[in-house]
Design a protein around this ligand. Structure first.
Ligand SMILES: *Cc1c(COP(=O)(O)O)cnc(C)c1O
Length: 376
């Protein structure tokens, strides 16, 4: 039983260093606190890291995804093929544009979109593919590119969770079509709230800039024009200062996450009947460590029992087609059995760079007791 003798271990926690805090204070004192030089610096640093394509930041990955879909030409009546096992932002942005998310089930091994099913779901109305790298494990980029090329589809990669992950020795975002990352505090690096999009060329980058801020183009003479309907989803320089401090440490953070994930595999009690995530130490950035509960375990009670042990457990995510909004659109139980099974049994155990190996051992030691607590 958790007596408070050990500090509560959350499932995630950002690591913000003193240098970053000082950089934030500098911005606050500078007299320019919204979008400005720090945002441009962050965009340049991300672009340099990702091989030179233009990168633009936004107030969230949700915003970046919505703008990416617009840039990809997605509009009312179009279909976008995606996964039902993601944060609901992935499909909400499709609905917001008046388009239809066409879900296909996941591959139970990777828990990512099953690309064979995706191929079968393509229709003449399909405009784009919207894959998600769940927990930071990349979708097969070779098969993804082949599928997109075969049907002449745009690809908007929801790489919210996979910053620093790799496919074929290349970093996610350094190749492909439009690639979106999130800087939410739970992600591998943060700007508090924020996100970015990797684009193909300066023309797309310019369009993103307009859509990000009211559609405005500023002229050299101080005038302006608006030729497209844009929104309000720019990032602040305060946030960008956080992001610059985080980006410097991305590789260090991800290496630590990988080491902690290895520790989980070493000390995980195999006899309890959990299903472990794919043991990928080349491609994944280990955004989350997510075993599946043994069938029949009451997840709510398991989480409660872990909390009593002083350990936070998250759920990422229930299959999103079963949310009321999506059921009202005709979706139902049984439609995507793999996503539904994973969505019912998945638990996110603590994994973040500041964790000690001993924390992993503590979690592993608590699992058996929590299972018995959930059964009692
Ligand atoms: C976090 C996340 C998003 C949304 O990111 P925000 O920055 O919170 O808008 C979208 N898709 C996936 C898969 C995510 O994990």
């Amino acid at each position: 039983m958790f007596t408070g003798s050990e500090p509560f271990l959350p499932f995630t926690r950002p690591s913000i260093d003193e240098e970053t805090i000082a950089a934030v204070v500098d911005v606050l004192r500078s007299g320019w606190i919204t979008t400005g030089p720090r945002c441009r610096e962050l965009e340049a640093a991300l672009g340099a890291r990702l091989g030179g394509r233009p990168v633009r930041v936004a107030s969230s990955a949700t915003a970046a995804l919505a703008l990416a879909l617009r840039i990809a030409g997605v509009g009312p009546g179009d279909e976008v093929v995606t996964t039902p096992l993601s944060w609901v932002a992935t499909s909400n942005v499709v609905l917001e544009l008046g388009a239809t998310p066409v879900f296909v089930d996941v591959d139970p091994a990777t828990r990512n979109i099953d690309l064979e099913r995706a191929a079968a779901a393509v229709t003449p109305r399909t405009r784009a593919l919207l894959p998600v790298d769940l927990a930071g494990l990349p979708v097969d980029r070779d098969r993804l590119a082949a599928l997109a090329a075969r049907h002449r589809l745009r690809v908007v990669e929801d790489a919210a969770q996979s910053m620093g992950a790799q496919w074929g020795g290349r970093e996610i975002g350094s190749f492909g079509d439009l690639v979106s990352f999130s800087f939410h505090p739970n992600k591998n690096i943060t700007t508090i709230e924020g996100g970015c999009l990797v684009l193909n060329d300066e023309h797309e980058a310019r369009l993103f800039e307009k859509l990000r801020l009211q559609g405005v183009t500023r002229h050299a003479d101080g005038g302006m024009d608006v030729d497209v309907l844009g929104g309000k989803c720019n990032l602040t320089d305060v946030a960008a200062a956080v992001g610059l401090g985080q980006l410097r440490r991305l590789d260090e953070f991800n290496a630590r996450r990988r080491a902690l994930a290895r520790r989980y595999f070493e000390c995980f009690p195999r006899t309890l009947g959990f299903e472990l995530p794919p043991a990928d130490f080349e491609r994944s950035n280990w955004h989350m460590f997510q075993p599946l509960l043994p069938p029949g375990v009451d997840r709510g009670r398991f989480i409660e029992s872990m909390r009593a042990e002083g350990i936070g457990v998250g759920v990422h995510y229930p299959a999103l087609h079963l949310f009321t909004l999506y059921r009202a659109r005709g979706h139902r139980e049984g439609e995507f059995p793999h996503a539904e099974d994973i969505g019912r049994r998945t638990v996110t155990l603590p994994l973040f760079p500041a964790m000690a190996d001993a924390d992993v051992e503590r979690v592993c030691a608590a699992l058996g007791r929590a299972l018995r607590g959930a059964a009692a």
